[in-house]
Design a protein around this ligand. Sequence first.
Ligand SMILES: Cc1cc2nc3c(=O)[nH]c(=O)nc-3n(C[C@H](O)[C@H](O)[C@H](O)COP(=O)(O)OP(=O)(O)OC[C@H]3O[C@@H](n4cnc5c(N)ncnc54)[C@H](O)[C@@H]3O)c2cc1C
Ligand SMILES: *[C@@H]1O[C@H](CO)[C@@H](O)[C@H](O)[C@H]1NC(C)=O
Ligand SMILES: *[C@@H]1O[C@H](CO)[C@@H](O)[C@H](O)[C@H]1NC(C)=O
Ligand SMILES: *[C@@H]1O[C@H](CO)[C@@H](O)[C@H](O)[C@H]1NC(C)=O
Ligand SMILES: *[C@@H]1O[C@H](CO)[C@@H](O)[C@H](O)[C@H]1NC(C)=O
Ligand SMILES: *[C@@H]1O[C@H](CO)[C@@H](O)[C@H](O)[C@H]1NC(C)=O
Ligand SMILES: *[C@@H]1O[C@H](CO)[C@@H](O)[C@H](O)[C@H]1NC(C)=O
Ligand SMILES: *[C@@H]1O[C@H](CO)[C@@H](O)[C@H](O)[C@H]1NC(C)=O
Ligand SMILES: *[C@@H]1O[C@H](CO)[C@@H](O)[C@H](O)[C@H]1NC(C)=O
Length: 660
Amino acid sequence: MRSQFAAALLLPLLELASGQTLVVDDQVIPADESTVAPATDVVAADSTTAGVQLFTAETTQLTDDVLANLTNLQLSNITLFSFDANVTETTKVKRSQSGSCKTYPGDFLWPSDLVWKVFNLISGGALIKTKPYASPCYDSFGNYNAAKCATISNNWSNNSYLSTDDPTAINAVLYEGNTCLPPSLSTSDSCTLGGYPTYAIAATGVYQIQLAVNLARNLNLRLVIKNTGHDFNAKSTGAGSLSIWTHKLKSISFIQRYSDSTYTGPALKLGSGVQAYDVYNAAKQYGVTVVGGEGQTVGVMGGYIAGGGHSPMSSLYGMGADQALSFEVVTADGRFVTANANTNSDLFWALRGGGGSTFGVVTSVVVKAFPKIPVAIMSFTLMTGPTVNSTAWWGAIRAWFQDFVKYTDEGQYSYWSIVPLGGDQFMLNMAPWFAPNMTTAQLQASTAPWMATLAELGITLTPVYQQFDNYYDAWVAGFPLESWGTPNIRQASRLFPRANFQDATKFNATFNAFKSVVEDGGFVVGVNVAGDAKGNYPDNAVNPAWRETVFHAIMATIWDTSSTPAQIQAAGDTMTFDWNQRWRDVTPGSGCYLSESDYIEPNFQQAFWGTKYDRLYSLKQKYDPLGVFYAHQTVGSEDWKMSEFLYGNLPSQNSKLCRA
Ligand SMILES: Cc1cc2nc3c(=O)[nH]c(=O)nc-3n(C[C@H](O)[C@H](O)[C@H](O)COP(=O)(O)OP(=O)(O)OC[C@H]3O[C@@H](n4cnc5c(N)ncnc54)[C@H](O)[C@@H]3O)c2cc1C
Ligand SMILES: *[C@@H]1O[C@H](CO)[C@@H](O)[C@H](O)[C@H]1NC(C)=O
Ligand SMILES: *[C@@H]1O[C@H](CO)[C@@H](O)[C@H](O)[C@H]1NC(C)=O
Ligand SMILES: *[C@@H]1O[C@H](CO)[C@@H](O)[C@H](O)[C@H]1NC(C)=O
Ligand SMILES: *[C@@H]1O[C@H](CO)[C@@H](O)[C@H](O)[C@H]1NC(C)=O
Ligand SMILES: *[C@@H]1O[C@H](CO)[C@@H](O)[C@H](O)[C@H]1NC(C)=O
Ligand SMILES: *[C@@H]1O[C@H](CO)[C@@H](O)[C@H](O)[C@H]1NC(C)=O
Ligand SMILES: *[C@@H]1O[C@H](CO)[C@@H](O)[C@H](O)[C@H]1NC(C)=O
Ligand SMILES: *[C@@H]1O[C@H](CO)[C@@H](O)[C@H](O)[C@H]1NC(C)=O
């Protein structure tokens, strides 16, 4: 398997399929256009592909002709990078050849340095050997740098713009093993690779993604995909892996009139590396609104849209995944394909809610654009204190919860946190309440009954109201910059259906279950949002529970960094098996949001996909029968297992991935 390539392989140039010149070695390949294209683009869709022009990054593709030329150019054997001719046909043979675990560094079949060198050459120098994000704070990787360490440490928790620019940094460091933290957060005095990938390919073109997928499949390597690394459950990392880093695929173009059998109207085509701040800013320039999440640096076309995606606009327009019209994607066989209503429609169905890192590497998505819309927002803090005792405070929360259905029916959304301050003290931080298509006066009218109840409870609330004529400005003003990289937190969540707020008995049980978790020390981030766009949503793989939801609640347990492993496991188990069980008990048959869920959610297939799971599993077998793509708790992940656990029952990303 090793060293298929001749050593004297310093190819000066590769001619790629599009006729573009790819300069390898130390020169720069044609960059993906990262600027926003002029708004005059008008592209009519047809039935064969999206009908939308490919981005420059997508025109540079690996084809059979290119592979043939690799041989011509004295590459003695192209097997390492070849496509899978017929995955279905060859599955059994390949599975039996590849053994039960992925191939890891130190294994006999792990590629030699020469193979990595060749891969780097033919990918235009895009291969990066991992040095963990915080490694400049330590001697371990030969890059100690006190100034850089200070920048990283000081920005670690509160500036995700820096961390999302790193090829392999991830938010959910706990499941990686907390192996390379800033010294102030670390209980160790060293930095190790831990659960981070061995190599990452900084993709600027589709061909690099194809080469990586083919190499990983042909050599049975663990393959991961990282976009921003925000995933709650460390699904964008893995020890001993090759990672595809999609962050640089940032192209954006506006399509004034996109048309297919399901939709005619304006759309945006967005590279899969586009982050929320990129897309909202571009949409503002084009005078439209795009559905995306709240976090500034969270990706919108990677894990977000793949997982379903809830948005400040969802109560009006539905889930992020509902907006997708067409995907460009590299599948497990290495081919670059289109998936939309007319082409590969089953893959299109699965990519909208079936989860990231499962069916392929998405390079771009065409999504609907909506008209520019005014937005009113309000922010406030409501705390217990000398004039507000906990009875009054809970009374205020209860009265607010009672109107959750009304608010989402009116198209509103609110994003907030509840912090138990110890003893009988609590704080609600509304950041923000977001009312699309409403004026401040309309928002005030809508919330007047609640404000009256607050007055009856002796509570004076003075919200800050702001009104904007477009989504972007309201979003910038309303939402905080998200936190990052907390080593001592675990989260879990639940989707609460509308019916729980409409029936008095159910409401009491729901409210009491919610309250008991906070009283027992649970932190909560709550979102009052509906996912059904008033019934106007397409059939796709989004969790059916989302269509009933008016309340998505995330709970967190946070422990002291000096806690013992036994204490950490106890805190996590209490959350998973006691606190969240109380929420499950009042929401039978519902589920939770896969992108913001418990790392060890029991029966995750039902919880994340409900009745959609069986079809998703069979599509996984069709599109990726070899298990090229794997991430924790994705469709088909039950066929695999991590070989070691952290704190008793948390699969460690710093261990080997093997067949179950
Ligand atoms: C601070 C914060 C705020 C959030 N706010 C919201 C919100 O408002 N609404 C909401 O719905 N969610 C929200 N989320 C959850 C968010 O949707 C998920 O964390 C999501 O996984 C992020 O996707 P990413 O591509 O940015 O991150 P990554 O961690 O890079 O990727 C997430 C998963 O998707 C896979 N993936 C990424 N790109 C691709 C690709 N191109 N092709 C195939 N697979 C890919 C990765 O392998 C991984 O499994 C938030 C998360 C955080 C941390
Ligand atoms: C290329 O390598 C593969 C795998 O090692 C081997 O099966 C095949 O015969 C080789 N082909 C050539 C032309 O050498
Ligand atoms: C393959 O190489 C030949 C000879 O250099 C060149 O003419 C052709 O364009 C190349 N094909 C591809 C697909 O790059
Ligand atoms: C792959 O093999 C299966 C089973 O033999 C066959 O039905 C299918 O048509 C083949 N697909 C391609 C693309 O050759
Ligand atoms: C945070 O990062 C920025 C950008 O690198 C840097 O200018 C700034 O000094 C950092 N902050 C601190 C407190 O080090
Ligand atoms: C992060 O916190 C540091 C202080 O620890 C501060 O200097 C910096 O401005 C903050 N950065 C952001 C983006 O809020
Ligand atoms: C809490 O405050 C309310 C309203 O001010 C008051 O009626 C009630 O008696 C107080 N309860 C307790 C236990 O102090
Ligand atoms: C916004 O409100 C106007 C009237 O106030 C209404 O005509 C329009 O349909 C609303 N838009 C949406 C998306 O609900
Ligand atoms: C719900 O709880 C409230 C307050 O505790 C109580 O007054 C009411 O009777 C309860 N309703 C039902 C249907 O149980």
